[in-house]
Design a protein around this ligand. Structure first.
Ligand SMILES: Cc1cc2nc3c(=O)[nH]c(=O)nc-3n(C[C@H](O)[C@H](O)[C@H](O)COP(=O)(O)O)c2cc1C
Length: 392
């Protein structure tokens, strides 16, 4: 990140999750209900475990916002873990000999988790310390910080939404329209946030089949950002190319194993004439246009004014009710992997976490180009650049 600094802290069953965000301009109106709405969206989805039902996340703002707006100071947020009362004796901050601690020790590392590699690296014979932080519960902090990034971008007409394009073997084969994506995002009852109800039914059967078999399913979420100006990111330096930055951010979401921009995967097996988006100039509108958007809104690592389209590919959840084989970290004997209460499909929630990461990267690139110390200064810079594009 160049302008925004963002990091998170907190364990899955610790007292709270924390997020710190610094670099937002002063004078940005803050809608706390909208932050909590995003946190709620992250908890939804068909195929989630029991924890989402017992916890309703909400963020408390401790710093950086006064009288409903940012003041140019670092933001500090806290999301309480409502299950803390049940974990206080298991994960106390102080040294303790409480027998409950031993009862939650995890020595049978789960394949596909950070359990074994993390325990070896940090030299614990208890994967509890590792899994508590590796858990995707951490995405709640990202979603809260991302909600601020979204609120900044919305000030400039930029909106971000996501939907589910694949669950297990069932895939939405047609492109989704922006209005459909917005509708399915607004529908909190939508089980998997897929824009096609018939495909969604089939996706739900995939989820049910996995559950019955003690198994899990992965899938693909698609994030679309509309309203971006041409010119965020740059071709000039490898680490400032926006495609690379977005890929890293989305890939960092737990269980995401591949990221696609536009029709990147299909493009690799196509001819060049089938892949590029031809350019024309609309004299009446005095605007350059593209015949299609296979590039997904990015050329040379720079936004080109089309919709930004990023897909995250999630592997199936690693914790299985029908456990896989593993080796005990202490005895080294073969055992079954530990089972912790777990989700079995998280594609819609992964999409919400992905939206937050895309929002943070876009807000950072936006501030790199237009950032002022106040929202008013940022707006002046943005409008001045808009005139340059209009006159180009
Ligand atoms: C929203 C979300 C919820 C998740 N919930 C679970 C879960 O309940 N059980 C599980 O085993 N993995 C879950 N994961 C995935 C793991 O956190 C992840 O696979 C693990 O930390 C290893 O990291 P890696 O897959 O990125 O290598 C979830 C991921 C996301 C995005």
């Amino acid at each position: 990140m160049f302008m925004l600094r963002f990091y998170t802290a907190g364990e899955s069953h610790g007292q709270a999750l924390l997020a710190f965000l610094s670099g937002l301009p002063a004078g940005l109106p803050v809608d706390v209900a909208a932050i909590n709405h995003e946190l709620h969206r992250r908890q939804l989805g068909y195929g989630r475990g029991g924890r989402q039902k017992i916890e309703k996340d909400s963020a408390e703002i401790f710093a950086g916002v006064r009288h409903g707006q940012t003041i140019g100071a670092p933001l500090a947020l806290r999301i309480e873990n409502r299950d803390w009362a049940n974990w206080e004796k298991i994960l106390p901050v102080e040294a303790s000999g409480d027998p409950l601690t031993a009862s939650k020790k995890l020595v049978a590392p789960r394949p596909g988790h950070a359990d074994l590699a993390g325990s070896q690296k940090f030299n614990f014979h208890d994967a509890r310390y590792v899994l508590e932080r590796a858990s995707a519960r951490e995405t709640a902090s990202r979603v809260a910080a991302g909600a601020f990034a979204k609120q900044l971008l919305q000030q400039f007409g930029i909106h971000i939404a996501s939907h589910t394009v694949q669950v297990g073997h069932v895939r939405l084969e047609r492109p989704a329209k922006w209005d459909e994506i917005l509708a399915v995002c607004a529908d909190l009852e939508s089980p998997l946030r897929c824009v096609d109800s018939q495909i969604q039914q089939k996706m739900m059967v995939e989820v049910d089949t996995a559950l019955k078999a003690g198994d899990t399913v992965g899938g693909v979420f698609e994030i679309v950002a509309r309203g971006l100006p041409t010119g965020l990111g740059t071709h000039a330096q490898w680490d400032e190319k926006l495609d690379g930055r977005l890929a890293q951010a989305v890939m960092s979401v737990q269980a995401v194993k591949a990221v696609e921009i536009g029709s990147g995967i299909l493009a690799a097996g196509s001819y060049g004439s089938e892949v590029q988006d031809e350019i024309s100039y609309d004299k009446a509108a005095r605007k350059f246009k593209r015949s299609s958007n296979r590039a997904g809104g990015l050329e040379g690592g720079i936004t080109n004014g089309e919709d930004l389209v990023v897909r995250g590919f999630l592997k199936p959840i690693s914790t299985l009710r029908k456990p896989l084989g593993t080796a005990d970290m202490v005895t080294k004997e073969p055992v079954q992997a530990a089972y912790e209460r777990s989700d079995w499909c998280v594609v819609p929630a992964g999409g919400v976490a992905g939206e937050a990461m895309v929002a943070l990267v876009l807000a950072d690139a936006f501030l790199q180009k237009f950032g002022g110390d106040s929202l008013a200064e940022t707006r002046r810079n943005f409008e001045g650049y808009g005139r340059q594009i209009d006159e180009f």
